[in-house]
Design a protein around this ligand. Structure first.
Ligand SMILES: Cc1ncc(COP(=O)(O)O)c(C=O)c1O
Length: 301
């Protein structure tokens, strides 16, 4: 059973809470940590700025919390000195560790550091104030810490705005009234591409089904998988597949009347033969296996 389009409204939604600024998100996270660790300690990177106008985006929240703090070493290129970090974490594994993705960049040892923190069950937070597009679009940070936070005005022409991301909780409690961008677009993109390739490969063996796009180039996120149905009535196939629970669509089956008589293969031929398979983010590979079995049954009947 596959629906025509994705219907699960919480699927791949990340837990976002909107705040006025990154520092307010960071303060909320520290408060959550404090609930379980009233005498806890915060371990910070050794590069934290201050200005008379803005104070310190990172440190003001730490001071406000009243918790103890310490620093781990960063090198000349802001790289984490991993041995120093590990040593300081092991002295007290209940600390809150802050990783900062300065200027949108991610430490070259990010994978090693975060895997080690996860293996050791350490509570850590990713400061994506500058790096939230590296998280949302690049997928290179922001998803492994217990929490992350963003500063919207660091990258957009707006005056305020922050987001607290709870990575241990899927779904959303606090919707932005204007728009919802907290769907995990990177995961949706990745699954749609993966489903497309999986289905394309199975369809290669089926005579009379000819994929419109036989290559999926980097950077393309498919909406559906369109094919030309060569030796079978497209409309019958549409109904038979839908009747057995597989949500096929035919998006452009009827052309506008202004195209009547216009000499184009797309309008004259393709529109009568096209059908689109679902590959959306609710679809699994075993759903696709079942769909292809049903397709073969219908075509061979
Ligand atoms: C690395 C970093 N984290 C957090 C902040 C705080 O950002 P906001 O101005 O949204 O509170 C800043 C900026 O001050 C920053 O540079």
């Amino acid at each position: 059973m596959i629906s025509k389009q994705a219907v699960n409204i919480d699927h791949f939604k990340r837990s976002w809470s909107y705040t006025d600024s990154a520092r307010n998100a960071w303060s909320e996270i520290i408060e959550k940590y404090k609930e379980n660790n009233p005498n806890g300690k915060i371990l910070l990177p050794s590069y934290i700025g201050w200005s008379a106008n803005e104070g310190s985006g990172i440190f003001d929240s730490v001071l406000k919390s009243g918790l103890e703090y310490d620093f781990y070493c960063l090198g000349l290129h802001l790289e984490v000195e991993v041995a120093d970090l590990k040593e300081k974490v092991l002295q007290n594994p209940n600390q809150l560790i802050l990783l900062v993705h300065y200027f949108g960049f991610v430490d070259s040892n990010y994978k090693e550091i975060t895997n080690w923190l996860l293996e050791n069950n350490v509570f850590f937070v990713e400061d994506c104030a500058h790096a939230w597009l590296s998280d949302l679009i690049g997928g290179t940070c922001g998803r492994k810490g217990n929490y992350s936070f963003y500063s919207l005005h660091k990258l957009l022409p707006i005056s305020t705005g922050g987001i607290m991301v709870n990575n241990s909780f899927a779904g959303n409690k606090n919707n932005n009234p204007f728009f919802e961008l907290n769907y995990d677009l990177l995961s949706i993109y990745t699954i749609r591409r993966s489903n497309y390739k999986y289905l394309l490969n199975l369809l290669r063996d089926i005579d009379g089904i000819d994929a419109l796009y036989k290559d999926l180039e980097d950077g393309i996120c498919p909406q559906t998988l369109p094919v030309i149905v060569e030796d079978y009535d497209r409309t019958s196939l549409y109904h038979e597949m839908n009747n057995t629970g597989f949500g096929m669509v035919s998006l452009y089956h009827t052309m506008i009347e202004q195209l009547d008589g216009f000499q184009s293969e797309a309008a004259a031929v393709l529109s009568h033969k096209i059908i689109n398979f679902p590959i959306h983010q609710d679809v699994t590979e075993s759903d696709i296996d079942e769909m292809v079995l049903e397709l073969k049954k219908i075509l061979n009947a």
